[in-house]
Design a protein around this ligand. Structure first.
Ligand code: GCO
Ligand code: MN
Ligand code: MN
Length: 389
């Protein structure tokens, strides 16, 4: 029997949030178009389509006003669904954006009472995540920002955010949870401006924390695209810093609203380079799809969406392998890094190397005149992606 080489397997570590396939299709202009699914139903749906894991915000699982007894029943039912399907919970996070209490931010609210409540809610949510086996804890500060800079000093925002993360790192250590914290940047939406708007900004900020070693990033495709940035470059910087703890995959037409499209459904070429990067470096964390089905879809369409995210990833992975094995492409790439004229060997600084280099005579005109063949290389890539190669 022929096997489907694009079928998801546990080793691919494909995960979805309860809020992703559970998204009922509401938007700022329209009501839900689909029935709400319970967490147990979502786990079974994910099991059916072949996902490896399920992630959640505290209130995706336990409503914000649940009693302790209700919480325990919900968690027991959820654990049973995990056992029945074999799904795992690699990541958890806190909803610090839906409730009106967080309308001016959570950790960066001007009100110390809101900041303290956000810490309390996060500790409880970390307890819940740990109980279900999560090892990565994501911080997406959706409300941490401003509409008008008259309202908040960004230095205060950074200070309060730092204090919260320092506190919560200590809490994780104290409880023995072993969490890795992953900070997720987004430039705007739902706030006019969100603090630390890019992955690069997060990476700089992390180095100011007391437990920088525990804290990395959770870059999201759409978030860097919204800012018009090259997502793969952001991911590469995170990887280079040893900080790629998690990743949110989806897609986005840059410059539009936050679309959360099915992975690789829009920017095929840039998502190809993303998958190629992750596979080439051997990233072994979750491939988390933070996306949702078009509002036009019913339950079957949601399954098509989820299957499509995973299938597209695996198709791009196969294309990456094809790119790496393509003799013509690889020969072109190998030529690119050859010195085009006699060049002194460098290496780390030494006084005599510097002297040799200063004395060397380069043929500058030849450096500028040389054609690099990038048009040909890029066309070969296009043909490979289009399946005509
Ligand atoms: C968004 C974000 C969120 C976060 C989620 C988990 O744009 O809404 O991407 O989906 O990823 O809150 O932290
Ligand atoms: Mn997002
Ligand atoms: Mn996200």
């Amino acid at each position: 029997m022929a096997t489907d080489s694009y079928a998801p397997l546990p080793e691919h570590k494909f995960t979805f949030g309860l809020w992703t396939v559970g998204n009922p299709g509401a938007d700022p202009f329209g009501l839900p178009t689909r029935q709400r699914l319970s967490p147990v139903e979502i786990v079974h749906l994910l099991g059916e389509v072949g996902a490896y894991g399920v992630n959640f915000h505290d209130n995706d699982l336990v409503p914000i006003d649940a009693t302790p007894a209700e919480r325990d029943q919900i968690v027991a039912d959820f654990k049973q669904a995990l056992a029945d399907t074999g799904l795992v919970v690699p990541m958890a996070t806190t909803n610090l954006f839906t409730d009106p209490a967080f309308k001016d931010g959570a950790f960066t609210s001007n009100d110390p009472a809101v900041r303290a409540y956000a810490l309390q809610k996060t500790m409880q949510s970390m307890d819940l995540g740990a109980e279900l086996g999560a090892k990565v804890y994501v911080f997406w500060g959706g409300r941490e920002g401003t509409e008008s800079d008259a309202t908040k000093n960004p230095l205060d925002g950074l200070k309060w955010f730092r204090e919260a993360l320092n506190f919560l790192c200590e809490y994780s250590i104290d409880q023995g949870y072993g969490y890795q914290f992953a900070l997720e940047a987004k430039p705007n939406e739902p706030r006019g401006d969100i603090f630390l708007p890019t992955t690069g900004a997060m990476l700089g900020f992390i180095e100011t924390l007391d437990h920088a070693d525990m804290v990395g990033v959770n870059p999201e495709v759409a978030h860097e695209q919204m800012a018009g940035l090259n997502f793969t470059h952001a991911v590469a910087q995170a990887w280079d810093a040893g900080k790629l703890f998690h990743i949110d995959l989806n897609d986005q037409n840059p410059g539009r609203y936050d679309q959360d499209f099915r992975f690789a459904s829009y920017l095929i070429k840039s998502n190809f380079f993303l998958v190629k990067f992750l596979e080439d470096v051997g990233y072994d964390g979750s491939r988390h799809f933070d996306a949702h089905a078009f509002r036009t879809e019913d339950l079957e369409g949601v399954k098509d969406f989820a299957r499509g995210c995973m299938r597209s990833y695996l198709i791009l992975k196969e294309k990456a392998q094809q790119f790496n094995e393509d003799a013509e492409i690889q020969a072109l790439l190998a030529e690119l890094t050859e010195a085009s004229q006699p060049t002194p060997a460098l290496g780390s600084y030494a006084a005599d190397t510097a002297a040799t280099l200063k004395a060397h005579s380069f043929d500058r005109a030849a450096l500028g005149a040389r054609g690099l063949g990038y048009e040909k290389l890029d066309q070969l890539l296009f043909e490979l992606l289009m399946g005509v190669r």
